[in-house]
Design a protein around this ligand. Structure first.
Ligand code: MN
Length: 201
């Protein structure tokens, strides 16, 4: 049985950038539904018992056909949201420092250029999906609840949820305003530590 992880901050902690109403709905309803449906799929497929989520997603084609879509959508939803809660903080915003900042500047020419390119990718996702920064500093997008692990990639350093459910209550259809505001809650200290733990240099 997998469970929805607790947040390390209150639902209202990311205001005014993300409202308590969205955080509560997103965490207790959307994420919970992915977890419930993942548990349901796993319980019906005993051969998957005991496998880690990352190994399941990394070898998604090997999952029996009758469970594969459920694991892809709901296992992806569980992984993606579990990471998403961690990359935000009421102490977030600002810019990265140290090795991560150096790499971003080396690859993108500057932090603002990186933000601009990531934002452009976020606005370019048609329908529902995610934007990711990978450990090799590439920015990639995935549809639905897919993530880079499913196509053989590394675990992302961070991701941004651009499903309308992530912003509609606060920003209606204005994804651009949501993405702009989101940079003010990004927890660069967490992302720096994740980068270093993966041997980034
Ligand atoms: Mn979401």
């Amino acid at each position: 049985m997998v469970t929805v992880p607790n947040l390390t901050y209150d639902y209202s902690a990311l205001e005014p950038y993300i409202s308590a109403a969205i955080m509560k709905l997103h965490h207790t309803k959307h994420h919970q539904t992915y977890v419930d449906k993942l548990n349901d799929a796993l319980s019906k497929t005993p051969s998957l018992a005991g496998a880690s989520l990352v190994s399941l997603l990394g070898d998604i084609q090997a999952i029996p056909a009758d469970a594969q879509t459920a694991v892809r959508n709901n296992g992806g939803g569980h992984y993606n949201h579990s990471l998403f809660w961690q990359v935000m903080s009421p102490q977030g915003g600002g810019e990265p420092t140290g090795m991560l900042a150096d790499r971003i500047v080396r690859v993108y020419g500057g932090f603002q250029q990186f933000v601009d390119q990531f934002t452009e990718k976020a606005l370019g996702v048609f329908g529902s999906g995610w934007v990711w920064l990978q450990p090799d500093m590439t920015i990639i997008t995935t549809p639905n609840q897919d993530n880079p692990i499913m196509s053989g990639g590394d675990e992302p350093l961070f991701g941004l949820d651009v499903w309308e459910h992530a912003y509609y209550l606060d920003y209606q259809n204005r994804r651009v305003d949501y993405v702009k505001a989101w940079w003010d809650v990004v927890d660069w200290r967490f992302i720096e530590a994740r980068h270093e733990s993966r041997g980034g240099s």
